[in-house]
Design a protein around this ligand. Structure first.
Ligand code: DGY
Length: 420
């Protein structure tokens, strides 16, 4: 399909998913505003409606808590097609929100939008207003999620990692005992998407058990460090936050905000924390179980994100590229969300194998920053081919290219528009 037609189609997806200022990831399956979806989607809007792109963030920050936390879902308007909704979360915020966060892409994308905006004065006004809110969010991360200053964030739920049912969480999640008093519930996701492409019921019961644990702890982060039976360091969260802090530093400088010393200390700390996740034998960075204090030995697409964070040495970057190339011989389309040679690789099941356009975008940015242009280009071409063959799906089969999960997906469409 010619590029122009694909672009038209991508814009149509965003317009159809627009709900007066925020964009739903896709109708039915995800009918509210999600944090990291909003970030990627704003990059798409930026290509044809800058005002609307900034509006996405204004509505997102309506959900910010007084302690700085930015929740992963903002329930702007009632909708019954999704579970768990606001009543189950019981967070008592206006507008209603969930009680956990997600990979914090916002600072980086605000910086990017500010740099590339055609309407400079609008961008400056919007980014200046967002800056203190983003700073408060990053402070919350540092002081509430890394109280020991280890340089790695405690992530309390698979949903916070962005990669909900990755095999990387299997062992840690199995330690969560399903609450025998768990209030009954009906999943809605499997009425929109074939169950073979979604998490198992045993995982959902644990997701919901964790949610009840937060409610009992009154969403008190310090209590959760003691009481939450699931605590991991997620490469997706840590690498995205590291780069976001580098971009926040640039914003602080740009606006003369004077927060440079504090942010620089966070960056130094996470640089060390993430470097410690390197595994020489596997030639990859690994997620880390913070309760057991041991590496999670499953290669995932996020294992390449230290390139995006910009923290790895030239030598480690080369090893990562070799590993990526070996994955590329196993599948037609890079980058599968799980190592395709791993016994738990499932090419159609959500984060256990499928390709995600947004993660591809982050990895390709990282590769290009390190000068691996050929590898970045393979990822771009693979991703474009998937758009052409299967439209703007939530995720894709790495071998057949079949579109999986939800259709007409906002952040996927946005990646076509924002991949320059
Ligand atoms: C879901 O419901 O599948 C989301 O990923 C959690 O926010």
């Amino acid at each position: 399909m010619p590029q122009e037609m694909l672009e038209q189609e991508a814009m149509r997806v965003l317009q159809t998913n627009d709900r007066e200022g925020f964009t739903v990831p896709t109708a039915g399956l995800y009918p509210f505003q999600w944090l990291w979806d909003a970030g990627f989607t704003a990059l798409g809007w930026m290509k044809f409606d800058e005002n609307r792109a900034w509006r996405e963030f204004e509505l997102l920050f309506q959900g910010q808590w007084a302690n700085g936390m930015l929740p992963h879902i903002i329930f702007h308007k009632p909708e019954s097609s999704y579970f768990p909704g606001p009543n189950r979360w019981g967070t008592h915020h206006t507008p209603p929100t969930s009680g956990i966060t997600q990979p914090p892409v916002i600072a980086s994308f605000v910086h990017r939008m500010l740099e590339r905006a055609k309407d400079r004065s609008l961008a400056e006004e919007k980014a200046r207003a967002l800056y203190p809110k983003i700073l408060a969010y990053h402070r919350w991360f540092k002081y509430q999620r890394d109280p020991d200053n280890r340089g790695l964030m405690n992530t309390f739920h698979p949903w916070e990692t962005g990669a909900d049912n990755s095999p990387a969480w299997d062992e840690a999640l199995a330690q969560v005992e399903i609450d025998p008093t768990l209030p009954p519930y009906t999943r809605r996701d499997t009425s929109h998407v074939d169950p073979s492409q979604r998490p198992h019921q045993s995982e959902y019961d644990r997701y919901l058990t964790l949610l009840e644990i937060y409610k009992r702890a009154d969403y008190d982060q310090i209590r959760l460090h003691k009481e939450c039976p699931f605590r991991i360091a997620s490469l997706l969260v840590d690498c995205v936050l590291h780069r976001a802090n580098c971009d926040l530093l640039r914003l602080s400088h740009y606006f003369g905000a004077g927060d440079e010393a504090e942010i620089t200390a966070w960056i130094k700390s996470s640089q060390m924390g993430i470097e410690n996740l390197w595994d020489e034998e596997m030639g990859l960075y690994l997620n880390h179980d913070l309760i057991q204090d041991k590496p999670i030995r499953v290669g995932v697409s996020a294992s390449f994100l230290p390139l995006y964070a910009g923290i790895c040495s030239r030598q480690r970057a080369k090893r990562l590229v070799q590993t990526l190339e070996s994955w590329g011989q196993q599948v037609r389309y890079l980058v599968p969300s799980t190592d395709p040679t791993h016994p738990k690789y499932e090419p159609q099941r959500y984060w256990r194998g499928p390709v995600w356009a947004v993660v591809n975008r982050l990895i390709a940015w990282g590769l290009a920053d390190y000068g691996f242009i050929k590898n970045a280009e393979r990822i771009r071409q693979d991703t474009y081919k998937l758009f052409e063959v299967s439209g703007f799906s939530e995720y894709y089969h790495p071998s057949t290219g079949a579109g999986l999960g939800g259709g007409s997906f906002s952040w996927t469409a946005a990646m076509l528009l924002a991949w320059e």
